[in-house]
Design a protein around this ligand. Structure first.
Ligand SMILES: Nc1ncnc2c1ncn2[C@@H]1O[C@H](COP(=O)(O)OP(=O)(O)OP(=O)(O)O)[C@@H](O)[C@H]1O
Length: 361
């Protein structure tokens, strides 16, 4: 089944409890495919399996980083959770709502409880409205606030994200990139959500502004108890911002676990490669990183990431690039194995009876 379309939100959703019980986010077997372009008559339509059997969990107030290189399926996963597109298969429970009737309408409470901040704040803020009206809109739609009460709340929200009341009268083009992203965060916070999907929230910002926005997000989380799904292509960005990290490659989650364990002791060869690409301020560690990158390149002699051949259906998608590739890797996607230090990896290197990464290497 293929679905490359915007979700229909016109019918009632089942099992919409919205009572706040249970996990903040629980995704199981999420699968999204996109139809290719209209093919020549003798060819079958090409489909892209953008997300393939993904499981994710976020506890209340927790931040899960979703990392991987461009095209690994992170944004598609995020859009599926936001129900901006209709998955082929899988279940999504978020903020107390169960939304697994994929042909049905998303409950209104879900739209309030699950908010989003996108990469390009200029593109996602209405250029014809002043900041005060942009932040006021969700207060009117979701919370039903009007008049002075609403204006007061707008001022509070702007203050919460570090903007003064004078910004309420400005248009988005009159603000810097970092200030615009603060407005996006204020707008997302307005309906008092339980979960915010952050899709590359700092990728378009200067490095110095990136850390300010990451600190703001952390501050907001501490004050409000909101949880985040933090999508980024860069492990350096998420390692300090997240409690746990899930690593995606070509539609699959290949490893997940506590952020410290993932960054100190990566288990999957792809996570190791991602980490080796993160610049380290320490020159000695930089030398080690360069050496590790050379070793990986020599061991794999693999094509560049975006030109790597697709693996056989059902195999590990990283197999064509993997320095530890074994015959089984090209045929079978591995089961997930629990790791010492927390989390799980999907890699045949860790198949039973091996118990620790050190024993494998
Ligand atoms: N609307 C669409 N139609 C067809 N293919 C799509 C569509 N959206 C995404 N894809 C494909 O799905 C795959 C996953 O894309 P996605 O944008 O989710 O990756 P990503 O990891 O978020 O990448 P990036 O960091 O560059 O945004 C890619 O191969 C992409 O080309």
């Amino acid at each position: 089944m293929t679905s490359a379309n915007t979700a229909n939100t016109d019918a009632a959703g089942p099992a919409a409890t919205g009572d706040g019980s249970g996990p903040l986010l629980r995704v199981r077997d999420l699968t999204v495919t996109f139809a290719g372009r209209r093919p020549a008559p003798w060819r079958r339509p090409a489909t892209t399996v953008a997300v393939n059997g993904v499981d994710l969990d976020i506890a209340p107030g927790e931040t899960l980083g979703l990392v991987g290189e461009s095209g690994s399926g992170k944004s598609t996963t995020a859009r599926a959770v936001l129900r901006l597109l209709r998955p082929d298969r899988g279940t999504i429970e978020a903020a107390g709502f169960r939304v697994d009737g994929f042909g049905r309408r998303v409950p209104a409470g879900y739209r309030r409880a699950v908010q989003a901040v996108f990469q390009d704040p200029l593109g996602s803020l209405d250029p014809t409205k002043v900041i005060g009206d942009i932040v006021a809109e969700p207060l009117a739609v979701h919370v039903g606030l009007r008049g002075p009460e609403r204006d007061g709340r707008v001022a509070e929200l702007l203050e919460q994200v570090g903007l003064g009341a004078q910004h309420a009268r400005r248009y988005p083009y009159e603000l810097s990139g970092g200030q615009r992203q603060r407005v996006s965060i204020a707008r997302a916070l307005a309906p008092e959500p339980r979960l915010i999907i952050l899709d590359e929230p700092v990728s378009a910002l200067d490095v110095s502004v990136q850390s300010q926005v990451v600190n703001l997000l952390e501050d907001v989380r501490e004050r409000t108890g909101v949880g985040y799904l933090f999508v980024a292509h860069d492990l350096a960005v998420v390692r300090h911002a997240c409690d746990r990290i899930a690593v995606m490659y070509r539609g699959r989650v290949v490893e997940e676990g506590p952020a410290d364990r993932i960054c100190e002791r990566p288990a999957h060869p792809y996570t190791e490669e991602l980490l080796a690409a993160v610049p380290d301020p320490d020159p000695a560690r930089q030398r080690l990183q360069r050496q590790r990158r050379r070793e990986l390149a020599a061991a794999t002699a693999a094509p560049a990431p975006n030109t790597a051949p697709a693996p056989a259906a059902g195999g590990c998608p990283f197999a064509p690039r993997c320095p530890h590739r074994m015959p089984v890797c090209t045929d079978t996607f591995p089961d997930r194995t629990s790791l010492p230090g927390g989390g799980r990896v999907a890699c045949h290197l860790y198949d039973a009876p091996v118990t620790t990464p050190e024993e494998v290497r």
